[in-house]
Write a protein that binds this ligand. Sequence first.
Ligand code: FES
Length: 566
Amino acid sequence: MARRHGIDNGLTNYGDPDFARFLRRSFARSMGLSTELLNRPVVGIAMTPSGFNNCHRQMPELVDAVSRGVLAAGALPRPFPTVSLGEVFLSPTSMVYRNLMAMDTEEMIAAQPMDSVVLIGGCDKTVPAQLMGAASADVPAVQLVTGPMMTGRHKGERLGACTDCRGYWQKFRAGSVDASEIAQVEGRLSVTAGTCAVMGTASTMACIAETLGMSLPGSAAIPAVHADRLVAAEMSGRVAVALIDRPIRPSQIITRASVENALRVLMALGGSTNAIVHLTAIAGRRGIRIASTRLNEISDETPVLVDLKPVGDGYMEDFHAAGGMGALLRELRPLLHLDTVDVTGRTLRQRLDEPLDWVDRRVIRPLADPVSTVGGLIVLSGTLAPNGAIVKRAAATPALFETTGRAVVFTGLDDLAARIDDPGLDVRADDILVLQNIGPQAAGMPEAGYLPIPKKLAQAGVKDMVRISDGRMSGTAFGTVVLHVSPEAAIGGPLAAVRSGDAIRLSVADKRIDLLVEPDEIARRLADVRPPPMPARGYRRLYRERVLQAEDGCDFDFLVPPRDDA
Ligand code: FES
């Protein structure tokens, strides 16, 4: 193979390039690398193992398999660590650290001598962070996901993190499951390596990465423990080497067309609300912005085809066995831009022209017989959310789609925790629960938008209510939950003006969310809003000062180039 930049790329600056090269090679030799290997092109492997990230448990195996592919294809693999984000191990929320990981990934790709890179992530924020970093670094890159968990078993029932975690917790709160059974269930929800077993955020982002063209075709849904996951890892290493000779950069892969395809897939999956924020941030790194009107057009034109929890019944292992992304993309073909290109250099048209042997139609439905005729997510606007809000209609209760109700307001997470289960709480099943001050600046936008049903109502059999906040909810959650209200309450969005007893109208048909209070009164109430205290120092201060709102993907303002609005 002809000599590339390899290990000599981007020399450390001592004012003497020859010395820098000599010194680097001398230190590299201390890793036991022969001159022959040091003369090869270099593929970086961004690895994210962590004792605080169960979803990346099999990372060492994946790094080995990628390295095997890189070596077999004639290059030198160089694994390097970055921040790793295990969803449930981070406080106040992993969302705060997605941008930190994106910056770490971008800077380490740019600062270290690599000709291409394989990014290995899986848990919710890791794949978005890696794609954001890769999009900005614009070095040829292949995304590899860790893959979903297999399901567990409990009394003859299949269980998977984490839709069933929520289902069982709701039953426990309602009193239909006791303490000993919930303790049993705790050990039966997350039973293998890998990411959540349903179409939550991690699975949705894996499918989006493949649709964008940043991952190998067919790789998104392979279970973490399946042998094919290691084959996909080996192939990712080989493809990363091929990208050195024939560079295809993220800027050529992440385009308006591929982002629209990804939105189509998001809708057809009934995917996670979080994916809207992450895809917005990834596209934003390439200056691409999709207007909410376009997003709603795509949603109205794209049926839900995949029958997985939390929208339907199946798990990711079923999606893989049913034909996975290859089958879904073939069904969506009439709606897709087919000239997009993936990391293998093929167009989507070339990929979809290949025949597929079998599809399980119980899991991946034909376009003519969908799970739902319209897409999973829509953007709402109105006097309560001038810059938008999201509702996952596919996981909501249709009887609540057109609701005018009395607001029951919680001013923050502490207030919610203190009062939600108070037997004296003035709340009825037809009320609308409102949670303020969990937006990006106030609280880092935690997944607290899935407010629990007040205990006294849950015990009376109430399973869903309209809930509204400026926060997020887990991709594995379900219910009539309005999220990402923007501007957030803490910076003076109208959400801050809502008082208990006000009337709010939700209309999924009109795609509106309105506070039925006179504008003068809203303005008078908002005059009293004060921003939350500024963190004294460090990353948390940077986050608070520079984070954008949900409609801009909650990226940092200084990381986003000028946008091409459409
Ligand atoms: Fe990692 Fe769900 S906790 S994917």
